[in-house]
Design a binder for this molecule. Sequence first.
Ligand SMILES: NC(=O)c1ccc[n+]([C@@H]2O[C@H](COP(=O)([O-])OP(=O)(O)OC[C@H]3O[C@@H](n4cnc5c(N)ncnc54)[C@H](OP(=O)(O)O)[C@@H]3O)[C@@H](O)[C@H]2O)c1
Length: 283
Amino acid sequence: MKSSFQDQVVWITGASSGIGEAMARDFVKRGAQVILTARRADRLKRLEDELNAGKASPVARVLVADLADLSALSGLASRAIALFGHIDVLFNNAGASQRGFAIETPFQVEEHLIRLDLLSPIALTKAILPHMVTRRSGRIIVTSSLMGDLELPGNATYACVKHGLNGYFYSLAFELKSLGIQVQVLQPGFVKTEVSVSAITPSGERHGKMDSTHESAMTAEEFSLRVFPKIEQGKVSIYVAGKEYFAVILRHFFPGLYRVAVGKFAKSYLKDRMVHANPDPKL
Ligand SMILES: NC(=O)c1ccc[n+]([C@@H]2O[C@H](COP(=O)([O-])OP(=O)(O)OC[C@H]3O[C@@H](n4cnc5c(N)ncnc54)[C@H](OP(=O)(O)O)[C@@H]3O)[C@@H](O)[C@H]2O)c1
C-alpha cells in the first residue's frame, strides 16, 4: 500500500540520534524527502550521506540549528522551506529530559528546558503554519511523552513541558482540521536512546549515564516500526509504550492510588536516576 508520506517533504528536528534518526530512515523508506535538524553537524551529515547513497537526486538535506535559540527559528523555517521548495510535514521531535529536583534546579536551567522542549516546537509550528495554510495541507507531528500525562519527583520541568505540549498540540488539532492540516501527538514510553544520557541536571550539565529503565527499553528502531502504522492511520493521540503505560491508566482512573504508588516506589526509582541529587524527598 502506498504510504501517505510518498513524495512528501518532512522536516525532522532531533534527527541526529534516537527517535528522530530512526524515524528519518523510515520516512525515506516510505518515499519521503527529509530535512535533518539538530546541533551535531557530523552526525547529521553521516545520516544524510547514508540516506542519499544510491539515489538519483538527494532525499535528505541537513539544516544545523540550536533550537533553544528562539529568535532564530523564523529565519530557520524559511531556510527549511527553501531546501526542497516546500514542507508537507513538520516533525517537532528534538528535546531533552531532566534529572533533578526543582528545589535544587536554578530557574535558568528550567527556563532553558522550557525554551527547548516547549517554546521551540510552538515557535517552529507558528513559523511554518502560514506556509501550510496557503497550501491548505500539511501535517504537524510532535513528540510528547507519557510524562505528558504523569507527574513524578525529579522530573517537574520535564512533566511541565510535556503536559504543555499535550495541551497546546491537542488543542491545535481541533483548530487546524478544517484548514486541511493534521496534528498528531506521539506519547512514547521508555525508548532506548541517548535521552537519559543527555538529560539536564541542576548544574546544567548532562546526566551522562543511561538509566536502567532506558537500557532495557524498546530500541528507537522498534519504536519507529510500532509508531508508523498509527501515524499513517491518521490518529491524533498515539501512545507507544511498554508496561509503564499502566502508570497512565492508574493516573487517569485512580489518581489517589497513583499518588500512593509513586510515594511507595519513588525512592528506588530515584536512586537509579539522581546521581547529582541530594535531597531526600518526603513523599
Ligand atoms: N527515549 C525516551 O524514552 C523518550 C520517551 C518519551 C519521549 N521522548 C522524547 O523523544 C524526543 C527525542 O528524544 P530521544 O529519545 O530520541 O533522545 P535523543 O537521542 O537524546 O535525541 C534528542 C534529539 O534532540 C536534539 N536536540 C537536543 N537539544 C537540541 C537543541 N538545543 N537544538 C537542536 N536539537 C537538539 C538532539 O540533537 P543534538 O544533541 O545533536 O542537538 C537529538 O537529535 C524528545 O522530545 C524526548 O523528550 C523520549
